[in-house]
Design a protein around this ligand. Sequence first.
Ligand code: SF4
Length: 106
Amino acid sequence: MSKIRQPHDRRQFLGLAGAAPLALLAGRRAAAQDILDPNDPQAQSLGYVEDAADVDTDRFGSYEPGQTCANCTHFQGGADDARASCPIFGNRLVTAEGWCSAWAAG
Ligand code: SF4
């Protein structure tokens, strides 16, 4: 009985073993897609930059030094997170050092 099951179990194991790396790759691809691209049209219209030092202050006069995603009310991460999701951009990931014109005191 167990000899009949072994090939089946082995096939199952090999199937799972083959699927696991694919699942990991898909997860990595999804994570990469979730990062907000500063060149995205919505990001451009709100002046999103990955480093607040790069804010176009001529275009976005509301910016004040010290404002970053990390201290914005919309930033969904903790103090130690380099990136976290932002609902303003469909929960794509923004950088803690970033900024956009939707910044609001957190
Ligand atoms: S809304 Fe806040 S957290 Fe989101 S990108 Fe703009 S400054 Fe960063």
